[in-house]
Design a binder for this molecule. Sequence first.
Ligand code: FES
Length: 498
Amino acid sequence: MQHRSFWATTAETAPRFPTLDHSIETETLIIGGGLTGMATAFLLHRAGHSVQLIEADEIGSGDSGQTSGHLSTATDLQYNYLQKSYGQESARLIARGMRNAVDQIKTIAETEGIDCHFAYEPGYLYTRISEQTEELEEEYKAARNAGLDVQLQSSCPLPFEVQQAVRFGNNARFQPLRFINGLAQRLKAEGVPIFTHTRAMEVQRDGDHRVVETDQGHRISAGRVIMATHLPAFAKAEQTALPPSRTYVMAYKVKGEVPQGLFWDMQSPYHYTRNAEYNGQQVLITGGADHRTGTVQDTDACFRELEDYIREHYPVDEMLHRWSGQWYEPTDKLPMIGKSILDERVLVSSGYSGDGLVFGMMGARLITDLLQEEENPLLNVVRPRRMHLKSDYIKNNAEVARHFVKDHLSSYPKDLSSIEPGTGRILQHNGSKYAVYRDEAGELTTLSPTCTHMGCTVRWNQGERTWDCPCHGGQFSAKGEPLRAPVRSPLKPKPLEE
Ligand code: FES
């Protein structure tokens, strides 16, 4: 089945932009045309900064459009954890930053006339397991102490019984791609230069400028560079602290009523659910089955698992769409927003865990405040240079190193006949590894499985028909073209010897 998100199908066509065909100079260059990049461009432009933006593919083609469109203040990180690990004030600052981000999306949509189906909805964190109620009560207290509008309840509007739920007021849902496309239209109308199909290949220092080389061989000289590429493409120190995971989402027509609100259970991995409308009809969107990138090859099984869960819990009819996305959870859990660890002229906004849309908007606000030299104490909490990362670096580096060792010791099948049409596999032949894909017509593509970022061995992702890298989440098409940062170069062709 071809995967296409509900958002990609129900958004109006994104505005068209040219590909960069000459060298340019700018005060601020933004790399990435998802929610973070477009919102940052919008806020900076409105604050009077000169910005230009490049996107490797089309506007909104990355993970912003692969989410479930939740705008939640019930962070994945959990307030109880935040309070214990970073103190009450940090938890309050994050709660306020998330709440402001939800409200700011609404304000922008309203003032700019962007029809992105924004609607405030309550959010419910719930459990059906009595042993989890104590943990849920702790989360309730921590969220309340963080200043959020929360209530502890013995029920919530789901079509099944729950043990307990925390209701978060003023959460919201929207259509993320309609919002991003709306921003793109405003920026285009106001003359902000945006270039699509323009991939950044390298960032180099040149005194107090940074020079970005594009895949077409042009140079962009910028006073500063903002990495809005989900994983910061050129900030290696940050990449090391951002292990990637994948999540799966499905949209269904419903028989009867769709529960009104946003819902998250406390399972591990957890499930998340919301409603939407399509052609005057109610739609149920549910996600889950998360796993660390590269650890599951038959990712179609994740969709089957999710479908079983949905059909068991909700009165659904026909499935409309299914899609999957990637998320990065920093080793110390906090998002990373601000000046990058190794270069203060490179800014990053990343590490959003499962709260990408809210943290994306929050990142845009924080980076704008930083460049405006506005005091914002939240910047201190989420700055990439925070010291907490040190020990976590070591832990995650060990995990990445484990992939290298495991890759070298693993034994892979040798038999080409084990590869069905439409599938891929790593094969071993004469002591060497090959990434082999057989297309539906039976034609083979044989590639080196060595990731062109830092040399991990890629893994086949059957659901997406891609080669995924477990180390930093880079992704290649079945034929080896780079799809997702930090990879920029294709997998090398590697002919199989007879
Ligand atoms: S080694 Fe970093 S994405 Fe592959």
